[in-house]
Design a protein around this ligand. Structure first.
Ligand SMILES: NC(=O)c1ccc[n+]([C@@H]2O[C@H](COP(=O)([O-])OP(=O)(O)OC[C@H]3O[C@@H](n4cnc5c(N)ncnc54)[C@H](OP(=O)(O)O)[C@@H]3O)[C@@H](O)[C@H]2O)c1
Length: 269
């Protein structure tokens, strides 16, 4: 990418970005892509050693400052901790990436796991946006990305609670795109399809039959980051966009739910 594009990214979203859930997978790819554009980073995850290793690798590769903050995004005092980070840094971009997912039929997933999904995937991004948005609006520019999933576009067996939390992110992020856009702030939802991350189930023959080739986390982020400021929602990957067109526009809702539930059951049985 030309240096002038990096410079305009840095001017619009720098000097510092915060990535919540950043030590590996898609969060790490977001961190790398942002650092490659010359923006300093604050990275959040729970495992301090893994996070610091990621921070060190990014510092070495991109020459930006990277602060590693070990924190559980599902904890009750999240707003206070995020507020302290905002007071200490001039943050122009936030990416909420962390998630918790427990796969299984609704009847089999414990109450504790259901509420943990709500804490990390709903309460977390809601408070992240609640704390960050006024700060970005006051600056008159910046960006806010919520990681969502194609599973949030309709109900699907085995992943119901997780998918519902992702629907929350999609609707919230699209709303913020409209509301914050009026103040010069770019909000965006990234609705990823299957992506090879450490938490993605190992590929099985059922997997390969059930879905198109999953994208790498770098491929997802490379496409998404280019769309920031241009769209409320990005679905990285042509095949994913095609699937969303078929299931979201051409198929009836009943057919989409039944087909995707059958596929997901096969995949995870
Ligand atoms: N992978 C896919 O196929 C896929 C598909 C569609 C959408 N997505 C979405 O993309 C995002 C990232 O997916 P992923 O597979 O890369 O996720 P992941 O591996 O589950 O987690 C990514 C990062 O979040 C951190 N994290 C998790 N829970 C946390 C918590 N409570 N507090 C602080 N940090 C936490 C993890 O580090 P620690 O464990 O050290 O905290 C890790 O660095 C998610 O929002 C997911 O819904 C993924």
């Amino acid at each position: 990418m030309p240096e002038s594009n990096h410079q305009s990214f840095r001017e619009r979203y720098g000097p510092t970005a915060i990535v919540a859930g950043a030590s590996e997978g898609l969060g790490r790819s977001w961190a790398e892509a942002i650092a490659a554009r010359g923006v300093n980073l604050i990275l959040i995850a729970r495992r301090a050693d893994k996070l610091e290793a990621t921070a060190e690798a990014i510092r070495g590769r991109h020459g930006v400052t990277v602060e590693a903050v070990s924190m559980d995004l599902g904890q009750p005092n999240l707003p206070a901790e995020l507020g302290a980070l905002l007071r200490a840094h001039d943050i122009g971009l936030g990416v909420y990436n962390a998630c918790y997912s427990r796969i299984g039929p609704f009847l089999d997933v414990s109450q504790e796991d259901k509420l943990a999904m709500v804490d990390v995937n709903v309460r977390g991004p809601l408070l992240f946006a609640h704390v960050l948005a006024p700060h970005l609006v006051k600056r008159g520019q910046g960006g806010l990305v919520l990681m969502s999933s194609m599973s949030g576009f309709q109900g699907t067996a085995m992943v119901g609670t997780y998918a519902a939390t992702k629907a929350f992110n999609t609707v919230l992020g699209e709303t913020l795109w409209e509301e914050l856009g009026r103040h010069g702030v770019d909000a965006m939802v990234c609705a990823a399809g299957a992506t090879t991350t450490p938490n993605f189930l190992d590929e099985t023959p059922e997997h390969r039959r059930a879905m198109a080739r999953p994208l790498s986390s770098d491929e997802v982020v490379a496409e998404a980051i280019e769309r920031l400021g241009h769209t409320p929602t990005v679905i990285p990957g042509f095949t994913n966009r095609l699937a969303q067109f078929v299931f979201g526009r051409l198929a009836t809702r009943t057919a989409a739910i039944r087909f995707l539930s059958r596929t997901t059951r096969k995949m995870y049985s």
